[in-house]
Ligand binder design. Structure first.
Ligand code: NAD
Ligand code: DAU
Length: 349
């Protein structure tokens, strides 16, 4: 089986590529990535020389390029993760999100429609999506696969739109698709524009840790390797046209999570308890900030037997250790353009 993984040089994509390359030596894994600011081949150093792995640099927005790639490579399946993924960037540059997340997804679907004609049932198009398509929750309840879409940010609107296109291609042309909607991931190779790695990097460097609003927003955190395992299980076992929610049953208020991170960093860095908490700085809230996400993943647990493997405290400690042991990676991704991004996002808050 030859599988096209898009966005394989990003955070989650690199974990998916690593898992598939190592677990299935008889599959060919082709990683297509544009290598935007978020894509980094250093994330895949440990598997780059494996005979069942190859990398192609390219843009999913380029329809002719995607069409040629499908013609040349004759993929049996697609696992589509390439996306613009950061909510704050979507607030400043929404069109980039429409291009990659909507147009890019439709280009891939068009290529599948053309090159898989006559064998739609055999070939699978797996679309990796987010719980943010469901909007926001109040103090109670959870997102199920039946929750109506209600996106609020340009990012979540673009992901919701891409989900609708995937379902439309299933219903209209009969392409064999599956979609999963996952909650917030954490772990190694997470780009430090997102809350956990940004906070770890700032604590390490004794810089203010920006908490939006009052820090009362709630996210449901899942270890990224558990997400990659869920994608593996769904890819191999889901029936055509199915959707699965993936989540950690692990809700944390941002401020409580940041306090826990400060405590862990004090321990690991040998700082006196309470030192890093002094870096917490409340800043202007994110526009349209969703209050709470919580995923009901009971369908995935019941039908396909998946469950998260790690307790959060254990996963977070592993993550902190990884960032402290991989200073070079962190310094590398926070040099150059990262500095101007940071100033633009945080200097006026
Ligand atoms: P990321 O930003 O770390 O990685 C995205 C990757 O896509 C990068 O390698 C980037 O270079 C590549 N890319 C971007 N635009 C491209 C283009 N036009 N053509 C080809 N490649 C392009 O993102 P992530 O956090 O790893 O998320 C991966 C996927 O999972 C996304 O679809 C995202 O919506 C979804 N998701 C993420 C989370 C999360 O917590 N991070 C949770 C649920 C779902
Ligand atoms: O729920 C899944 C989604 O999780 C994915 O689809 C997205 O790709 C991913 O980026 C993530 O979105 P969030 O907006 O929830 O993640 P982020 O790490 O940006 O923010 C987490 C919470 O922390 C959110 O409530 C905003 C807040 N925050 C974030 C940053 C970057 C802060 O308080 N301060 C910050 O500096």
């Amino acid at each position: 089986m030859k599988i096209l993984v898009t966005g394989g040089a990003g955070f989650i994509g690199s974990h998916v590529v690593r898992r598939f390359v190592n677990t299935y030596p008889n599959y060919q894994i082709v990683n297509l990535d544009k290598l935007t600011y978020a894509g980094n081949l250093a994330n895949l150093k440990d598997i780059e020389d494996k005979p069942n792995y190859s990398f192609v640099k390219g843009d999913i927005v380029d329809a002719a390029f995607i069409d040629n790639l499908f013609a040349e490579e004759q993929f049996d399946a697609v696992i589509h993760l390439a996306a613009e993924s950061h909510v704050d960037r979507s607030i400043t540059s929404p069109l980039d999100f429409v291009m990659t997340n909507v147009v890019g997804t439709v280009n891939l679907l068009n290529a599948a429609r053309k090159h898989w004609a006559g064998k739609y049932a055999e070939n699978r198009f797996y679309h990796v999506s987010t719980d943010e398509v469901y909007g926001t929750l109040g103090e109670t309840g959870m997102f199920t696969e039946e929750t109506a879409y209600d996106p609020h940010s340009p990012y979540s609107a673009s992901k919701a739109s891409s989900d609708h296109f995937v379902r439309a291609y299933q219903d209209t042309y009969g392409i064999n698709t599956v979609i999963s909607n996952c909650s917030n991931n954490y772990g190694s190779y997470h780009f430090p524009e997102k809350l956990i790695p940004l906070a770890l990097n700032n604590i390490k460097n004794n810089k203010p840790v920006p908490v939006y609003g009052k820090g009362e927003n709630i996210r449901d955190w899942l270890w990224v390797e558990d997400h990659a395992r869920a994608i593996d299980v769904i890819f191999h076992n889901a029936k055509s046209g199915q959707t699965y929610n993936i989540g950690g049953h692990n809700e944390w208020k941002n401020i409580d999570l940041i306090r826990l991170l400060c405590k862990l960093m004090d321990q690991k860095l040998g700082r006196e308890e309470g030192t890093s908490e002094k870096l917490i700085t409340f800043v202007t809230d994110r526009a349209g900030h969703d209050l709470r996400y919580a995923i009901d993943s009971s369908k995935l647990q019941r039908e396909l037997g998946w469950a998260p493997s790690l307790q959060f405290e254990e996963g977070l400690a592993k993550t902190v250790d990884w960032y402290l042991a991989n200073e070079e990676w962190l310094d590398d991704v926070t040099s150059g353009n990262y500095q101007s991004y940071y100033e633009e996002q945080y200097d006026h808050r």
